[in-house]
Design a protein around this ligand. Structure first.
Ligand SMILES: Cc1cc2nc3c(=O)[nH]c(=O)nc-3n(C[C@H](O)[C@H](O)[C@H](O)COP(=O)(O)O)c2cc1C
Length: 335
């Protein structure tokens, strides 16, 4: 069965990718994921704030006249306030890229087009096969127009693409008034890939214990409907690779994303729930599914249910919504 997939111009053994998360925080973690057969691994994000903190600390050290600045850096602990610092990140990246045997994608999380994007070049030098930009901007001023918020995403993308020659993908949240148009703008601004969507931990309230919880909840397959419908609608409209992220638990979820037009399908929650070896189960079951449906490979079926370019995808639009309401009324409404 031919599972070979192209993502961001990279050739992958199969379309299953381990998305950014705790399992790829160590070289061993990356190796386990690669051994389980994923087509590529995305490292957890390096945050703009981490890069800035390190730069400030370096500047302080330089000011206080450490005798030999370069030498003094080697004495520094690899963490600032217990977090993995940028130097440690680059070390993880270069070691993981050397042993993984599959592409290792670095992830940068930032919201300004500032100097931290220099780290993109350092990631490239450390062996990143590509960079995923995880941009999540919460406007400090609630009056900030949506267009200005969107421009941030474009500015971060163009700053990073100018700094590197490896492919750059943007991981988006769905919270735009026209998420499709933002995706198309980023495609035109040079994104090699779009990852739909990021999923945020949201603090929640427990009415029994009267406490606020951290909101760490793994995803469920029902959450895949939103990214899947956007992928189906965007497939014919963008040249960028499309990566699905959110809600994969079974091979059926992977297949559905591929039918919608995803080039690769990412998963974190399922691998956290069942362990990295679940990747092998998903790949085996996807292969079985392809056989059962009479496909000779993923290219045979990818995008089969995407909205064709120039067409309206009524099942994904208002008409589909109305049909769903009618169906719900027939099923659950008073008879
Ligand atoms: C514990 C945890 C840590 C994560 N860390 C990152 C991260 O550092 N960068 C990032 O872009 N996404 C991160 N994510 C988001 C995942 O990459 C993924 O987009 C999201 O969990 C939805 O996919 P899923 O349904 O397969 O979990 C994290 C998710 C979890 C659960």
């Amino acid at each position: 069965m031919n599972l070979t997939t192209t993502y961001l111009g990279l050739t992958l053994n199969n379309p299953l990718v381990a998305s950014a998360g705790p399992l790829s925080r160590t070289v061993d973690g990356v190796r386990h994921l690669a051994d389980a057969g994923v087509g590529a691994v995305v490292l957890p994000s390096l945050f703009e704030e981490q890069v800035q903190r390190e730069a400030e600390r370096d500047a302080r050290l330089a000011e206080t006249g450490a005798e030999s600045f370069a030498e003094s850096l080697s004495y520094l602990p690899g963490t600032v306030d217990g977090e993995a610092g940028p130097r440690r990140y680059l070390d993880l990246l270069s070691r993981a890229a050397a042993v993984a045997g599959v592409p290792v994608i670095a992830s940068l999380n930032g919201v300004t087009a500032g100097g931290w994007t220099d780290y993109a070049a350092a990631m490239q030098d450390a062996g990143a096969a590509a960079i995923e930009l995880n941009v999540y901007y919460l406007p400090p001023d609630p009056r900030m127009p949506g267009r200005d918020v969107e421009q941030r995403y474009v500015d971060v993308l163009t700053t990073v693409t100018a700094a590197v020659s490896i492919p750059v993908a943007v991981k988006l949240a769905p919270f735009f008034s026209s998420a499709g148009e933002v995706a198309i703008r980023l495609d035109r601004a040079g994104a090699d890939g779009l990852v739909l969507f990021n999923r945020f931990m949201q603090a929640d309230i427990d009415p029994e214990t009267l406490t606020v919880s951290t909101g760490l909840k793994l995803s469920s397959p029902a959450e895949a409907a939103l990214p899947r419908s956007w992928i189906a609608r965007l497939r014919g409209l963008v040249g960028a690779s499309l990566a699905a992220s959110t809600g994969v638990e079974t091979a059926g979820d992977v297949a559905a994303y591929l039918l919608a037009g995803a080039d690769v399908v990412m998963t974190t929650s399922s691998l956290l729930r069942h362990g990295p070896s679940h990747a092998a189960v998903l790949i085996d079951e996807l292969t079985e599914w392809l056989k059962r449906k009479g496909f000779s490979g993923v290219d045979d079926m990818r995008g089969l249910l995407a909205v064709p370019a120039g067409a309206h995808g009524s099942a994904f639009e208002r008409a589909g919504y109305l049909t769903a309401i009618e169906e719900a009324t027939r099923t659950y409404g008073p008879h």
